[in-house]
Ligand binder design. Structure first.
Ligand SMILES: [Zn+2]
Length: 457
C-alpha cells in the first residue's frame, strides 16, 4: 500500500497572515507555525473559527520565527486541547513569549473597550484569548539546537537552519519517510545590518516557499542618507523627528544605524529616545542572544548608551515637554496604536515636525493615510491636522525580494517535485510562480486556504 502524507493549508495560503501548515504522516501530525490572521475584518474573523483538526491529536508544533502572524494562534490551539511541545530556536521562543503576552493584553483591552462602549454584537464581548491562555502556551515552549536532526519517530525527523529574517528565525526541514519537506518560513535579506545571510536548502522534494515580495525588487539601501539628511533638517527646523517603528528587528536596526552614524560623526549631536515597551523587551532578547546577531556585546552596550530608553508613560510626557530638537522612535510601526499616538497628537500639526515611516504600511492603517498625504488623521476619536513633513524610507525590508527568493533556491541539488507558493498576495504569488517555472520547469502549486494536498511517499 502506498504510504501518504497530507498537508493541510490552514493559513498564509493566498494571503500573507495566519501561517499554519499541518503535515499529517502515518506516524505523527506536525503543525508548522501557528499564526494569527491579521488585517481586514474577514481575515481576522477566521481567528474565531474552531480549528478544523482536533488539536489534541497534533504531536508537535514547530515555529519558524516569533512574529505574531506565525505564533499568535498558539493560545487558541492550547485552549482547544493541544498539550504537546511547541518547538523553536531559543530567540524565537523568547520573542514569541513577548509577542503572545502583548497580543493577549491587546485582546483583553479590546474586549473591555467593546463592553464599555457596547459596540460589539457579541454580549459580552470576549477576548480571543487571555494572558492566562498565552502563559499556558508559553509553558509548552521547548528550544531546539540549530542544524541538528531531531528524530521524532521511526520515519520522521526535522531540523532548523537560520534564514536571516528576524532574530532566531529559521527554515525547517522535515524528513518524512526519506522525502524532504522544506518550510521556508519568512526569508530574510542577503545583506542585513543585524543578521547573517540566510542559509540555503541543499535538497527539497516538497518546497513550501514564502512569496511576500515575489513580484518585487527592493531598492538599494538608502537609509543612512535619508536618516542623515532628515536629522540635519530637523535640527535646522528646530523640530522633532518621530519614527514609528515595529518593535521586533526594525527598531533595533534603526537604533544600530543611528548609533553608527552618530559615532562616526555623520550626524550632529541630538537627543535620541526609544519609547516602545515591546521594543525594549526585544532589545533584551538581543542582549541575551548576542551570538545570534552581528553586533558584539560591547558594541551593543555602547549603542544602548547613545539612547534614552523610556520605560514609564509619565516619561513620555516629560520627553514631549522638552523644548529641544530630538529623535523619537516609538511603536507602533503602522501608527495603529502604541506610544507614537501620544507624540503625534501634539506634534503632527506642527510644520517643524517630521514623521519618518520606515516600513510597510498596510491598507487601512494611519501609517498608510499619512503615506498617502492625508490632510488630517483621527486619533482617539479626534481629528488632527497634518502639517508635519511625512517621509518614508522605502529600502528597509526584513523579507527577501524576488531575486533573493530565487537565489535562496539556488543551491538545491535537484529540482523539487513540487513547489508550494505560500505567504503572498495573489499578484506576488503569480509573479513568483512564472519566474520559478521558467527556471526549474517544476510543478508549482498555489494552494487556497483550507486545501488539503496528498503526497505519496
Ligand atoms: Zn515574519
Amino acid at each position: 500500500m502506498e504510504i501518504k502524507a497530507k498537508v493541510h493549508f490552514l493559513g498564509a495560503s493566498g494571503t500573507v497572515t495566519g501561517s499554519k501548515f499541518l503535515v499529517s504522516t502515518p506516524e505523527l501530525n506536525i503543525l508548522i507555525d501557528c499564526g494569527l490572521f491579521q488585517g481586514i475584518k474577514s481575515l481576522r474573523e477566521l481567528n474565531w473559527k474552531d480549528f478544523p483538526f482536533d488539536p489534541s491529536k497534533i504531536d508537535l508544533v514547530l515555529l519558524t520565527h516569533g512574529h505574531l502572524d506565525h505564533t499568535g494562534y498558539l493560545p487558541r490551539i492550547v485552549k482547544q486541547g493541544y498539550s504537546n511541545p511547541i518547538i523553536g530556536t531559543p530567540p524565537t521562543l523568547g520573542i514569541a513569549a513577548v509577542i503572545l503576552k502583548d497580543s493577549a493584553k491587546i485582546q483583553e483591552e479590546d474586549a473591555e473597550k467593546a463592553n464599555k462602549e457596547q459596540f460589539s454584537k457579541h454580549q459580552p464581548a470576549l477576548p480571543l484569548y487571555t494572558t492566562k491562555d498565552a502563559e499556558k502556551a508559553i509553558d509548552l515552549f521547548q528550544s531546539i539546537e540549530l542544524n541538528e536532526w531531531d528524530q521524532v519517530s521511526e520515519n520522521v525527523k526535522y531540523r532548523f537552519k537560520t534564514n536571516g529574517h528576524i532574530l532566531g528565525s529559521s527554515f525547517i526541514e522535515v524528513d518524512v519517510f526519506k522525502k524532504r519537506f522544506v518550510f521556508s518560513g519568512d526569508i530574510g535579506r542577503k545583506k542585513d545590518i543585524l543578521l547573517q545571510a540566510p542559509n540555503k536548502p541543499q535538497r527539497a522534494d516538497y518546497l513550501f516557499l514564502e512569496s511576500t515580495y515575489g513580484d518585487r525588487l527592493h531598492p538599494v539601501d538608502d537609509s543612512n542618507e535619508v536618516l542623515t539628511k532628515t536629522i540635519q533638517d530637523t535640527i535646522n527646523k528646530k523640530g522633532n523627528l518621530i519614527i514609528p517603528s515595529f518593535a521586533v528587528e526594525r527598531l533595533q536596526g534603526i537604533m544600530y544605524r543611528l548609533y553608527l552614524l552618530r559615532k562616526n560623526n555623520k550626524i550632529p549631536e541630538i537627543p535620541m529616545y526609544i519609547d516602545s515597551p515591546m521594543g525594549n523587551e526585544v532589545l533584551g532578547q538581543f542582549e541575551i542572544f548576542s551570538h545570534w546577531h552581528k553586533v558584539n556585546p560591547e558594541e551593543f552596550r555602547e549603542m544602548l548608551s547613545y539612547f534614552n530608553i523610556i520605560t514609564s508613560y509619565s516619561d513620555t510626557w516629560k520627553t514631549m515637554d522638552e523644548n529641544r530638537s530630538k529623535v523619537i522612535i516609538a511603536g507602533s510601526g503602522m501608527v495603529t496604536g502604541g506610544r507614537v499616538l501620544t507624540y503625534l497628537r501634539y506634534l503632527i500639526d506642527k510644520p517643524e515636525t517630521t514623521v519618518l515611516l520606515v516600513g510597510y504600511q498596510a491598507e487601512g492603517t494611519r501609517g498608510r493615510q499619512l503615506e498617502n498625504g492625508a490632510s488630517e488623521i483621527k486619533i482617539f476619536g479626534k481629528y488632527y491636522r497634518v502639517k508635519a513633513s511625512i517621509l518614508k524610507i522605502e529600502s528597509l525590508s526584513a523579507h527577501a525580494d524576488q531575486q533573493e527568493l530565487l537565489d535562496w533556491m539556488s543551491e538545491l541539488k535537484s529540482i523539487p517535485k513540487e513547489v508550494f507558493l505560500i505567504h503572498g498576495e495573489p499578484t506576488a504569488l503569480n509573479s513568483l510562480r512564472v519566474k520559478i517555472k521558467d527556471k526549474y520547469k517544476c510543478d508549482i502549486i498555489i494552494p487556497a486556504l483550507d486545501d488539503i494536498i496528498s503526497i505519496g511517499l
